[in-house]
Design a protein around this ligand. Structure first.
Ligand code: HEM
Length: 629
């Protein structure tokens, strides 16, 4: 339900055939919804969602915001919530007074279109004749599903597979991006390079010599896709409407204000900006827009609604880290296709019982990766285990056990194909998402170590008493920069610390330090929430707390007092979109750290807590890894 709503929001916008004017929402006689390109294929719940949002916005602000604007904002929110980039949305578009004529609706490109030239001409007739626009906007198929009736005719193994699924059950829906069906990323292009496009029109993009290089570039470089997608969708939103910006602000997205009868046309003053001015005060419009976004978020996922406190601003540059040797995104697409679903549902159901496990998983991941790479060495129990060393004495035992439980489920379904290190990385991502974070893709292929990391590596984990220079140099040694340090410290947006961990703060002379001391009341084993505003929601409040002087650790609060990190703290406090995007990118970097010998090891078969051969562990002692695989 959640994903299908998001997907259809991505679709309703390009389906505005005479410019964006919400004509597709009108019901009744001659409705566009009944015309062939749309009939039975636009999701009723997604159309209803926009109407629900309109009702809330109008209840709060009066009829100041059009269905067209709400639809455009909802589309962007859906793209972002699915993992895609944010982009500016020009506002002030009025709603049409009637559906578009059938002749125009029939011009929508059909899934059976095989000629790229034809597609470019179609896009060109809307001022979008650049091949890069066509390829980038086709990236809308990175999420969403299609009815069997539209999938391409059988002419290769993949189309045979689709046809076989459809013949078993014709009401089956086919994922349009078979690599990462519910994430807005470049998986659609990766699938095309493997000749796994669902529509003839998709396959045309990889067969045509003009568009194929662009498809390949996007398949290799998600950032390049996002950059072009933002450019193309902004261009699309500026395409002038055939009859100008004429219409009304509907009081119900499904019908014109006068019902079936055409009413007086409201002439908006020329241009979008003037259009905006003509329909209400800036304050009420802004509030309406914020409400529209928060309603989309609330309806899509209650856990993340809290993040919509302000409008996204510019698209901030977030770099996608390069992949480390041996790691790829789709490693298990054949050997364990159900992997991500198993991990996600196990994490979700564990967190429903005990939300605090999310913080436990996040901290375990950091403590495994930082000393010498993400190799599940931290999970090993027994002699010389990392868990016995002081930095790890307060890891959550139930979170460690959860990783082992998930391993058992994954191996029961797929055999011993997936390492404990990969399961930890996936479970950590899913815990952050279940707590309110945004999803990011996790590169996979890590091997599990044969032995614990040496104790001196474990003691390199940062201390809560550390100053910024010490933290920066510890992170820089691992190729993590100042922005990564601030973003990853955002892990403290959830979770708790024992009072004994930060008793040095009690000596500081400020109100918050005194409050911390009072809460702890001389009991070192008491727990203190690390984000004092929203302790179990993964959001950017941790940063606004820091700005307000309410960081629990010296290492947290120090980030506001050093020029190398303070600007990032302020940026994240003011723009949660930047924080969410950067956190994902920094976690991918952290998650690709490897030990001095590289990605060597095994897939632990019997348990994450023991290596396959106990003798290796005994022989390795405390000196680090044994021989490579
Ligand atoms: C930047 C340097 C960091 C320092 C000095 C630091 C230090 C600490 C300390 C002392 C605790 C409390 C332990 C206890 O008393 O039980 C803690 C908890 C926690 N840390 Fe960090 N940490 C750092 C970075 C990170 C990073 C990068 C992450 C993850 C991305 C992270 C995630 C967590 C979480 C989620 C908790 C709460 C655990 C729970 O509730 O079980 N920390 N950290």
């Amino acid at each position: 339900m959640i994903n299908s709503s998001k997907n259809d929001r991505v679709r309703t916008n390009p389906h505005a055939v005479q410019g964006c004017d919400a004509s597709v929402y009108l019901k009744g006689a001659n409705s566009e919804q009944g015309m062939p390109p749309n009939a039975n294929s636009l999701q009723p719940r997604a159309l209803q969602l926009v109407e629900d949002i309109r009702a809330k916005v109008h209840a709060a602000c009066g009829p100041t915001v059009s269905c067209t604007d709400i639809s455009a904002l909802a589309t962007r929110a859906a793209v972002v919530l699915s993992g895609g980039p944010t982009y500016p949305v020009p506002l002030g578009q009025l709603d049409s007074l009637a559906p578009a004529p059938e002749s125009l609706v029939n011009q929508l490109p059909g899934p059976g279109t095989s000629s790229v030239r034809q597609l470019i001409n179609l896009f060109g007739s809307r001022g979008m004749g650049d091949a890069a626009d066509l390829v980038a906007l086709s990236g809308g198929h990175t999420v969403g599903r299609s009815q069997c009736a539209f999938v391409r005719p059988v002419d290769d193994t993949f189309s045979q597979k689709m046809a076989a699924n459809c013949s078993v059950n014709p009401s089956t829906k086919q994922d349009l991006d078979v690599v990462t069906p519910i994430t807005f990323d470049n998986g659609y292009y990766v699938a095309l390079t493997r000749r796994q496009g669902v529509f003839t029109s998709d396959m045309a993009l990889i067969k045509d010599t003009t568009t194929a290089p662009i498809v390949r570039q996007f398949a290799q470089d998600k950032a390049a896709f996002f950059t072009q997608f933002v450019k193309s969708i902004v261009k699309l939103s500026k395409v002038p409407r055939s009859g100008g910006n004429k219409g009304e602000i509907r009081r119900n997205c499904f019908k014109t204000n006068s019902g079936a009868r055409l009413i007086d046309v409201v002439e908006a003053a020329a241009g979008v900006v003037e259009g905006i001015r003509s329909i209400g005060t800036m304050a009420s419009r802004r509030m309406g827009i914020v409400l529209a976004l928060s309603t989309v978020a609330a309806l899509l996922s209650p856990a993340v609604s809290a993040r919509f406190i302000s409008l996204p601003t510019d698209h901030l540059p977030i770099t996608t880290p390069p992949l480390a040797d041996g790691l790829v995104f789709d490693l298990y697409s054949d050997s364990c296709p159900q992997l991500e679903t198993i991990v996600r549902s196990a994490v979700q159901s564990a967190l429903q019982q005990e939300i605090a496990l999310a913080a436990g998983l996040l901290r375990i991941f950091f403590h495994d990766c930082f000393p010498q790479g993400c190799d599940a060495s931290l999970l090993l129990t027994g002699a010389n285990s990392e868990q016995q060393l002081p930095p790890n004495l307060t890891l959550q035992p139930r979170a460690l056990q959860l990783i082992e439980d998930i391993r058992a489920q994954v191996h029961a379904a797929c055999g011993p194909t997936v390492s404990c290190a990969d399961i930890t990385a996936l479970a950590t991502r899913d815990a952050a998402v279940a707590s309110g974070g945004l999803p990011y893709d996790v590169p996979l292929g890590r091997l599990d170590s044969f032995a614990p990391a040496p104790s001196d590596a474990v003691f390199q984990l940062p201390q809560p008493t550390s100053d910024v220079s010490t933290l920066l140099s510890a992170f820089q040694t691992r190729n993590l920069d100042n922005v990564d340090l601030v973003a990853l410290s955002g892990g403290h947006s959830i979770g708790r610390a024992q009072c004994s961990s930060f008793s040095n703060r009690f000596r500081e002379d400020d109100d918050f330090a005194r409050r911390l001391a009072a809460n702890c009341s001389n009991d070192g084993s008491r727990l203190q929430e690390l984000d004092v505003t929203t302790p179990d929601v993964f959001d950017n409040k941790y940063y606004s707390n820091l700005v307000a002087g309410q960081g629990v650790f010296t290492s947290d609060q120090g980030l506001t007092g050093d020029w190398r990190t303070s600007w990032v703290v302020n940026g994240f406090a003011g723009n949660h979109w930047w924080f969410y995007g950067q956190f994902g990118s920094s976690m991918v970097k952290l998650g690709q750290l490897q030990g001095p010998s590289g990605n060597v090891g095994e897939i632990r078969r019997n348990s994450c807590f023991v290596p396959n051969s106990q003798t290796i562990l005994a022989a390795a002692g405390n000196d680090g890894f044994a021989a490579s695989a």
